[in-house]
Design a protein around this ligand. Structure first.
Ligand SMILES: Cc1cc2nc3c(=O)[nH]c(=O)nc-3n(C[C@H](O)[C@H](O)[C@H](O)COP(=O)(O)O)c2cc1C
Length: 165
């Protein structure tokens, strides 16, 4: 059995939804996955085989609960594999994606001791708005599921799926 903890730091809920997408994608007979708010993981992480930590970016900063989670669990994260994601650009152009990725990299650079298995940025969602104005949503479920699957495969030492012919 492989136990996966998906931890999220959110303000308006879209990061939590991504965490839940990952939980659903990874759950199967020999994998248990659950998601938890970053501020509500007080206990040690040693029972987990993989931790996935996601946090929203706001005004260039990664959500403070994600930072606090890393600080709180620093010692255990020397032995428990971790993968990290940030959220996220709301305009689909190269510069916006690069910008968000730089912000996440800068946040992680503060934790020089951390060596994540994988780091990525997923598209973001506009916060709730008054009335029924359309909210931009750059999340891509397939991309999220594929990333989560590849992280899990690395931890389990699975062979990568065959290249399409
Ligand atoms: C006021 C505001 C500032 C934001 N600043 C950034 C930013 O600096 N970088 C970024 O990548 N996304 C930024 N975003 C986009 C959020 O990361 C995106 O809306 C994300 O989906 C929010 O996650 P949450 O719903 O879990 O809180 C910002 C959004 C808002 C509303």
């Amino acid at each position: 059995m492989t136990n996966v903890l998906v931890v999220f730091a959110t303000k308006h809920g879209s990061t939590q939804q991504v965490a839940n997408t990952i939980v659903t994608a990874l759950s199967r007979d020999d994998v248990t996955a659950q998601s938890r708010p970053a501020a509500q993981v007080p206990e040690p992480l040693r029972d987990w085989d993989l931790v996935i930590l996601g946090g929203a970016l706001y005004s260039g900063r990664w959500h403070r609960d994600a930072h606090r989670f890393l600080k709180r669990h620093r010692r255990e994260l020397g032995t428990v594999p971790i993968a990290v994601f940030g959220m996220g650009p709301r305009t689909d152009d190269e510069a916006a994606w690069r910008h968000s990725r730089r912000q996440l990299d800068r946040a992680l650079a503060k934790r020089a001791w951390l060596s994540p298995l994988a780091v990525t940025v997923f598209g973001g969602v506009d916060p709730p708005r008054r009335g029924d104005r359309v909210r931009r949503d750059l999340r891509d479920g397939d991309v999220i599921r594929r990333w989560a699957g590849s992280v899990l495969a690395r931890v389990r030492g699975d062979r990568p799926p065959p290249e399409p012919a």
